[in-house]
Ligand binder design. Structure first.
Ligand code: HXC
Length: 510
């Protein structure tokens, strides 16, 4: 028996070495942790239970029959994050560059199937070169099966991808179908084809960083939802994200003990909105002052900054925050902002996370660049997403709510459950100046008349009361009581239930 146990220990030790000391050293020299070190940081200490550590590939081509490494480039298993179950796979770059063989795919598929059966989140740590080139179509088939499971699990369990090395081919397409993608700055890249292929096909010379670094994907392409400075920070922030997320689409958001009084008043909010309606203020200040303990995890922080999306808590329960940001482009809705917010709203709705929307929006961004870029379709995505959402929705208009953007931003008309306005709110088709120039064009040469008309329009519409008179706003609230009002509304809305007619699925304008 002693021999058997020793043999087992030996086999385990060999598997734990992955691609060997030299490649582990190279991994560290590049500022990256190994696949196992990452898992150790991500999960609660000692909670990781590994599967399939002896699995090897079955490829016999290109000399591969003599080149087998137990584990075959991916470490899989389950564990806990702050006591809650998660499934995890972590690509081992030291083994064939983390590339995906048929056997490697079977390991991933096992974990994907288990996560779905257990209705628990799945986290993928990527550091891999795509399909194992020596395996050809067998590797492609493996990816197909992984992709199919990504789609099947979408909207049932949260799927999180962290890009922690150079990732290509299938190792970017599978993440693309998950709910969140995060990257590590300077050490991670995502591209469908790398710089060498780009050079051959298009004759473009581009570095990995320029083609698919964290800065590209968080600011330009919006493929990634955020970036972290190093592997350690990445793992800690993913733990923080998981704390906000429900385990699945049935359980509802997790409840953590809150030390922040729901009745807390925040008097500084009474002076947040400047007297001059064209002066910006920081919407993040409002968010941080309203949510539990000022804890706000922003999603897509560096992209389309004119809208803010992220997770926070009220009375210890997760809420999704969507807010216009007057500091950037006056908080206008453009194509990028609409797409960003629409995807966030749909995630929250799929996973029963209530939505809190703060509105200060002067409208949709005019211009050929926007219209040619499909603003109509992209704006419609956000309209569609809010309208379709059946989760509790609380909306607070702080200042401008003009035109179509007023309707889109979780207004009463498309399903807002509780809609509040601050006394500084202006709910109108457009700003007073623009409105008067159109409807009183005949007075264009008479500045006195124009001024009087503008004043008349301002008195009528540049307040929340025209909307409140019709019940479109449930109450005009004091800014300092915003947290208390939201907390009460969300508590009332906990039992919200909406029956939808059967359909196969909707036809969201993509
Ligand atoms: C087999 C691979 C591999 C792959 C890397 N390796 N990618 N082995 N199949 N796809 C191996 C290398 O041979 C090397 O082995 C080790 O991993 C490390 O790779 P390096 O190239 O030395 O590392 P680096 O310079 O950091 O470059 C990383 C990389 C590059 C950018 C990922 O290796 C690369 O471009 N790989 C190919 C990417 C690709 O085209 N994949 C196929 C995509 S098609 P040794 O023994 O020297 O350590 C695909 C289809 C899926 O995925 C379907 C999508 C819809």
């Amino acid at each position: 028996m002693k021999d058997i146990l020793e043999r087992l220990e030996g086999a385990r030790a060999q598997a734990r070495l992955g691609g060997g000391e030299r490649r582990i050293r190279a991994q560290h020299e590049r500022g990256k942790l190994t696949a196992r070190e990452r898992i150790a940081l991500l999960l609660d200490e000692g909670s990781f239970e590994e599967f399939d550590m002896y699995v090897q590939h079955r490829c016999a081509d290109f000399g591969m029959q003599d080149n087998k490494i137990p584990g075959d480039g991916v470490i899989t298993g389950y564990g806990t994050i702050n006591g809650r179950a998660v499934f995890v796979f972590s690509k081992d770059f030291t083994v064939f560059g983390g590339s995906l063989s048929e056997a490697h795919a079977q390991k991933m598929i096992k974990i994907q199937d288990m996560a779905l059966k257990m209705r628990a989140p799945i986290i993928g740590l990527f550091d891999a070169g795509g399909a194992r080139i020596q395996e050809g179509v067998a590797a492609l088939a493996g990816y197909g099966e992984v992709f199919a499971r990504n789609v099947k699990a979408s909207g049932v369990i949260p799927q999180i991808s962290v890009i922690m090395g150079p990732c290509a081919g299938g190792d970017v397409y599978s993440p693309a179908m998950t709910d969140f993608i995060f990257m590590v700055r300077d050490t991670s890249y995502m591209f469908v084809t790398g710089p060498d292929v780009v050079k051959t096909v298009t004759n473009e010379t581009v570095t990995s960083e320029e083609l698919g670094g964290a800065s590209v994907h968080t600011t330009k392409s919006s493929v990634a939802d955020g970036a972290f400075d190093n592997d350690v920070e990445a793992m800690l922030q993913i733990r923080r994200l998981v704390d906000f997320l429900p385990a699945n689409n049935i359980d509802g958001p997790p409840e953590w003990e809150s030390f922040d009084e729901p009745e807390r008043l925040e008097h500084s909010l009474d002076t947040l909105v400047p007297d001059n309606p064209n002066k910006p203020y920081d919407m993040k200040e409002l968010i941080l002052k309203v949510v539990d303990e000022g804890d706000f995890l922003e999603i897509q922080e560096s992209y389309a900054k004119n809208i803010i999306t992220g997770f926070a808590r009220i009375e210890g329960r997760t809420v999704g925050i969507v807010a216009n940001q007057p500091m950037v482009l006056a908080g206008v809705l453009d194509s990028d902002a609409s797409r960003k917010a629409a995807r966030f709203v749909r995630f929250c709705d799929a996973f029963s996370i209530p939505l809190v929307t703060f509105v200060d929006v002067p409208g949709f961004l005019p211009g050929t660049a926007q219209e040619y870029g499909g603003l109509i379709k992209h704006g419609a995505k956000l309209l569609f997403a809010f309208t379709q959402a059946t989760v509790p929705m609380v909306t607070v208009i702080t200042r401008k709510a003009y035109g179509g953007a007023y309707v889109v931003m979780a207004s009463k008309h498309i399903g807002g459950d509780v809609n509040y306005a601050w006394p500084s709110a202006q709910i109108a088709v457009m700003g007073a100046k623009g409105a008067v120039e159109i409807i009183f064009r005949q007075d264009a040469d008479d500045p006195d008349k124009l001024a009087a008309r503008t004043k008349e329009y301002e008195d009528r519409f540049m307040s929340p009361f025209a909307a409140a008179e019709r019940g479109y706003i449930d109450e005009v609230i004091m800014p300092h009581s915003t947290r208390r009002r939201i907390a009460k509304a969300l508590a009332m809305l906990r039992s919200k239930e909406v029956d939808e007619p059967w359909r196969k699925h909707d036809n969201l304008p993509l």
